[in-house]
Design a protein around this ligand. Structure first.
Ligand SMILES: *Cc1c(COP(=O)(O)O)cnc(C)c1O
Length: 397
């Protein structure tokens, strides 16, 4: 079945819903058992309700909630065969707990230098635990960065703000040779446009806040893997840290998934028009969008991804002041100013690229970097808004 069809029903266990088309939202802390023996059995991993999930005891509401399981199962089915998914309170938590799960004191982690920036800041916590971190240039050969004690490589493809595409297969090959776990942040493409597990990556990770939810009303992360012993490790760390999900949020993300394929098709079509229009604008030096044939890793992008989504960046033709950029952006009609992306509304934000890079500071163009997220509006209207914004910049300058 085509994934676009799958996504409209995936994860629904309709037999359980007494005819309702949508899943119930189970609000629970306590789970009741008919007898004391049933309760004790559940705490030992043998619950009378266990058909729901093999990885938790199903004895208490922190980890055991059917609304949460249904969403996890839906995401698993999109990522590949025989997968398991664990949901986190945010995409960032999915990233940080990936390291806490895989690494111990004395280990070394490699993180892509263009990783989601708040995640890069987690190295402060890791250094207190004596877990070493180093950043790698995603377009260089990974082998030069691997050390004896490297146990984890964090991949992000395309990388944040500048969208470089690493050669996933090369990283996976080097990792397997050295017994290193690989985890890929797939938030940008989602499993609809890229399946990291099929390329040999051990764990696929998404910020469900973005396209899964699609409405800027939920924060959530997910990890998916077909490696059962690794998944069990994720579950153990999860339980010990007292992580849990709200059923309400899981319901909202499931609901978002029903329209995810149509939304992504819309983002894809819009970005293709907007990015091509920007490429011709005299104030734009570069458009950093992997789907453009002018993009440096266009071929790698074609190899790993089946579609472009709503987020890309531009580099302006020179350096403009904060006041000039503000004058351009503050007066836009459709593009909102704010963090995150993946919802229905277009967003725009400038980035100081030098400040969020550690080892690749010299790789960049001189000129302001502006990240653009195309929402669900008509491309024509977005182009008009961008045209007016760039005209304001020109007039001010
Ligand atoms: C937004 C984002 C995250 C973090 O997701 P939250 O759910 O907002 O915590 C992680 N990775 C990438 C690539 C992102 O863009």
């Amino acid at each position: 079945m085509h994934k676009n069809t799958l996504v409209t029903t995936v994860g629904l266990n309709k037999k359980e819903y007494k005819g309702a088309i949508n899943p119930p939202i189970y609000n629970l802390s306590t789970i009741l058992f008919p007898t004391l023996k049933d309760y004790y059995n559940a705490t030992q991993g043998n619950s009378i309700y266990n058909q729901l999930n093999n990885y938790h005891n199903y004895s208490y509401g922190t980890c055991d909630n059917a609304t949460v399981y249904d969403l996890a199962q839906a995401i698993s089915l999109l990522e590949g065969e025989d997968c398991n998914t664990l949901l986190y309170p945010s995409g960032l938590a999915a990233l940080t707990f990936s390291i806490l799960t895989v690494c111990k004191t004395g280990d070394h982690v490699l993180i892509s230098d263009n990783a989601y920036n708040p995640f890069k800041k987690f190295i402060d916590t890791l250094s207190r635990m004596n877990i070493e971190v180093s950043f790698y240039d995603p377009i260089q050969d990974i082998r030069q960065y691997i050390r004896k004690n490297t146990t984890l490589i964090m991949i992000e493809a395309p990388g944040s703000v500048t969208f470089e595409i690493p050669d996933i297969k090369n990283i996976v090959t080097a990792a397997k040779k050295n017994n290193i776990i690989t985890i890929m942040d797939n938030s940008w493409a989602t499993p609809l446009y890229c399946q990291p597990l099929k390329h040999g990556v051990d764990v696929s990770l998404c910020s469900a806040t973005k396209y899964f939810s699609g409405h800027s009303d939920v924060i959530m992360g997910a990890i998916t893997t077909s490696n059962t012993s690794l998944f069990r490790k994720f579950c153990n760390v999860y339980e010990r840290h007292g992580l849990c999900m709200s059923a309400q949020s899981c319901y909202l993300v499931q609901r978002g998934m029903r329209t995810m394929a149509v939304r992504l098709t819309r983002h894809r079509d819009t970005v293709q028009q907007v990015a091509k229009w920007l490429e011709k604008h005299p104030l734009v030096q570069r458009v950093l969008c992997p789907a453009l044939s002018s993009f440096a890793q266009y071929e790698l992008w074609q190899e790993y991804f089946s579609g472009v989504t709503g987020l890309f960046s531009i580099v302006l033709n020179k350096r403009y002041s904060f006041e000039q950029i503000s004058y351009m952006i503050d007066n836009m009609r459709l593009f909102g100013i704010g963090a995150s992306w993946g919802g229905y509304m277009s967003l725009i934000l400038p980035f100081e690229i030098g400040k969020i890079r550690t080892i690749t500071k010299d790789n960049y163009y001189d000129g302001n970097y502006i990240r653009i997220y195309c929402g669900l509006e008509e491309a024509e209207d977005l182009i008009e808004d961008l045209h007016n914004a760039l005209t304001r910049l020109e007039e001010y300058a």
